[in-house]
Ligand binder design. Structure first.
Ligand SMILES: Cc1cc2nc3c(=O)[nH]c(=O)nc-3n(C[C@H](O)[C@H](O)[C@H](O)COP(=O)(O)O)c2cc1C
Length: 356
């Protein structure tokens, strides 16, 4: 139904208008939540994951950037997701880049975006989450800096974005890998990332329950800079990593009329590159820290590839746009079949099998 009817209708509209339309529905739909949860949640002990000191009903989460302001935080569990990442949240509200800033590359199953951290700001996100009530699933909060804050004062911004949100966060992600805020990726270099992580870990201690702090990495590192960053972040107290953000590369979309648009590429053309980065992070940490694998996941096979490369948890964003609201159920059911095929007792048993 999504592919035959809803997607063609949504795709006739500007991508950002379609996004706001769907978010408007999700904000208002609590009545449908109970029914949706019964239809879409896959409840099976083999899918449960214990990671970051948290319990996940299934490993498939919603990636950052879709519910940036926590407007529909309660809807994602009802759609069968095992967790949701809100954000990126900046400390002060900001509009982001001028539109158009989001492009569909439909034949390539990809998106290019240069949203530039459009955020309602930490105080409004706090109010949204307080109003929304319990989400029923672990909630991650992804934070960034305001565009006009120089990198030398970035740590203050990450702290300020996190502080009001501590009571609502099960984990935090420091986003230092968006390609759409000038200079941001310099903060993921080994010489810079440690100070940010240390500052964030301090704030995440909050009211006594220390929230784990993860670092979200770009897929575009050169040489062994990735391993150096991972080591520096780990030494400063990072509890895990999110691999990866969008790429500035254009491999696989050369023929698209939108290939020359500035921004980060996501979806199918990013998949293999993101998996390779994930595998390197797993190896660089000897599999000791949980990694959230993200980039080009649309099917159970894609998610399983991430898990076998070292992901304890997996996120989708672009896949949801192309596959529709049943994607979490489809992936979770497919994962059970893949585990059975390979004689594995659980998702946890598959983590990192292809990275050793
Ligand atoms: C329109 C759009 C906005 C995004 N915004 C954010 C963001 O605010 N923060 C962030 O960490 N990642 C953001 N991302 C990146 C996604 O979370 C994800 O890392 C990336 O898209 C790769 O996954 P995918 O191929 O499943 O989309 C955004 C992606 C898209 C397509």
């Amino acid at each position: 139904m999504y592919r035959a009817l809803i997607r063609p209708w949504l795709f006739r509209h500007d991508p950002e208008d379609a996004h706001h339309f769907v978010m408007g529905l999700l904000r208002r739909w609590p009545i449908g939540c109970g029914l949706a949860r019964r239809l879409l949640a896959v409840d099976d002990p083999r899918l449960r994951v214990e990671a970051l000191g948290l319990s996940f009903g299934n490993p498939i989460g919603l990636g950052a950037g879709l519910d940036k302001d926590g407007e529909a935080a309660g809807a994602w569990g009802a759609l069968g997701f095992g967790f949701v990442e809100i954000g990126t949240v900046t400390p002060r509200p900001q509009e982001g880049n001028p539109r158009p800033r989001l492009f569909r590359l439909a034949s390539e199953r990809a998106l290019i975006n240069r949203m530039g951290f459009n955020s309602a700001g930490a105080e409004t996100v706090r109010a949204n989450l307080a109003r929304g009530g319990a989400t029923g699933i672990p909630i991650g909060i992804n934070v960034g800096k305001n565009r006009d804050t120089p990198n030398e004062r970035a740590a203050d911004d990450y702290r300020a974005a996190m502080a009001p949100l501590v009571p609502f966060a099960d984990y935090f992600v420091i986003n230092v890998s968006s390609p759409n805020t000038k200079g941001l990726r310099a903060l993921q270099e080994a010489g810079a990332v440690g100070d940010l992580v240390a500052a964030a870990v301090e704030v995440a201690r909050g009211d006594g329950r220390a929230r784990p702090v993860l670092v979200k990495l770009a897929p575009d590192f050169e040489g062994d800079a990735l391993e150096e960053t991972v080591r520096a972040a780990r030494a400063a107290g990072a509890a895990g990593f999110v691999a990866t953000n969008t790429t500035v590369g254009r491999t696989g979309v050369e023929g698209s009329p939108f290939a020359a648009e500035a921004g980060g590429l996501s979806g199918a053309p990013l998949r293999a590159r993101a998996t390779e980065v994930l595998r390197r992070v797993y190896r660089a940490t000897d599999g000791a820290l949980p990694i959230i694998g993200v980039g080009g996941v649309a099917t159970a096979a894609d998610a399983y590839e991430k898990i076998r490369a070292g992901a304890s948890l997996v996120q989708v964003y672009t896949g949801l746009i192309y596959e529709g609201p049943c994607i979490a159920r489809a992936i979770n059911r497919g994962l059970l079949a893949l585990l059975a095929r390979d004689g594995l007792p659980s998702v946890a048993a598959a983590v990192g099998l292809d990275a050793k």
